[in-house]
Design a protein. Structure first.
Length: 266
C-alpha cells in the first residue's frame, strides 16, 4: 500500500547550525531522538497550555516540521519570535534539499505528506504516537485518495486530533495523553511550559483527561456531558459506537448524557 494523501498538513524546513539546540529549548520532547526517526512534540504557552502539536522529521541538513494547516502560520510566527540571534531559518519545505541525494534531480518544488497502514513503503517512518497509526511518508509524489477511517482508529486508541480534542490555549498535554503518545520527555531539561507540566506529572493526580467511552446516539463535537445532572466533561470524536471524551474523573460513571446521546464508561 502506497498510502493516502494528508492534504491538511503543512511542511517547513528548519535549517541552520543552531536548529537542534533551538528546538530543544522550546518543545516538549527530546529533539535528540531524531536520530531514531520522527519525534512527536508540542509547543506550549509559558503557563503550560497547548499551542500546537507537530512532527519533527530528520532530513539531510535540516529538520522538517509537519503541522496541521490550521496551526501552521501561528506556530511559525511563535517559533520565529523565539529565534533571536540563533542561526536558524524556517521556510516552507522544498525539494530537493530535504530529500536524499539519490532521488532524481528533476523534482517538483514541494513535499507531500502521506500516511497509511500495513507494510510501510521505502523511506517511510513509523508514526511515533501509537503502532495503530501506521506510518508517515514525506516524498515528491502525493498519496492516493483517502480510504482509511482514521477517526475510528483514533477513537479506539484514544488519540487526540489537532483542533478537535487538542484546543490551543485551553488543553493540557498530560490530560490529552501525551505521555502515553510519546509526545513529552521528563528528562530532557527545560522547555516552554515545562514547569507547569512537570508539576502536573509529579505533584498532583490528574483529575481530568481524555478517555474512550461508549456512546449510543450522536452528539455535536464539544457537547457537554452530564452525570447526575452535573457537568462531567465534553464529548468529541465519535466512531463505531465509541467516542473520545474529556471527563472529570470524580464525576464520571454510571449513565451519562451528552445532548441526545447516552454515554457510559467501557
Amino acid at each position: 500500500m502506497q498510502g493516502e494523501a494528508a492534504p491538511d498538513r503543512r511542511l517547513f524546513e528548519i535549517t541552520g547550525s543552531d536548529r537542534e539546540h533551538f528546538l530543544q529549548g522550546l518543545v516538549t520532547n527530546d529533539v535528540r531522538r531524531l536520530a531514531d526517526g520522527i519525534v512527536y512534540a508540542a509547543l506550549l504557552t509559558p503557563q503550560g497550555k497547548y499551542l500546537a502539536d507537530f512532527f519533527l522529521v530528520p532530513a539531510e541538513g535540516a529538520i522538517l516540521l509537519d503541522v496541521h494547516e490550521s496551526l501552521a502560520e501561528a506556530l511559525v510566527r511563535r517559533l520565529s519570535m523565539y529565534r533571536l540571534r540563533a542561526d536558524v531559518a524556517i521556510a516552507p519545505a522544498a525539494l530537493p534539499a530535504a530529500l536524499p541525494a539519490a532521488l532524481p534531480a528533476a523534482l517538483p518544488a514541494a513535499l507531500h505528506v502521506s500516511r497509511g497502514l500495513g507494510p510501510a513503503p521505502e523511506g517511510a517512518f513509523a508514526d511515533p504516537r501509537h503502532p495503530a497509526l501506521g506510518w508517515r511518508r514525506y516524498a515528491a509524489e502525493p498519496g492516493g485518495a483517502p480510504a482509511i477511517d482514521w477517526d475510528r482508529v483514533r477513537v479506539e486508541h484514544c488519540i487526540p486530533e489537532t483542533g478537535v480534542e487538542l484546543i490551543p490555549d485551553d488543553s493540557y498535554i498530560l490530560e490529552a495523553g501525551f505521555e502515553r503518545l510519546n509526545g513529552v520527555d521528563f528528562r530532557k531539561g527545560c522547555y516552554v511550559g515545562q514547569e507547569v507540566t512537570a508539576r502536573m506529572k509529579h505533584k498532583t493526580e490528574l483529575r481530568k483527561g481524555l478517555v474512550t467511552v461508549m456512546v449510543e446516539g450522536e452528539a455535536p463535537v464539544g457537547a457537554e456531558i452530564l452525570a447526575g445532572g452535573k457537568p462531567a466533561g465534553q464529548i468529541f470524536t465519535q466512531a463505531g459506537g465509541k467516542a473520545i471524551a474529556h471527563l472529570r474523573f470524580d464525576r464520571a460513571g454510571g449513565e451519562m448524557r451528552a445532548e441526545g446521546a447516552r454515554v457510559t464508561l467501557p
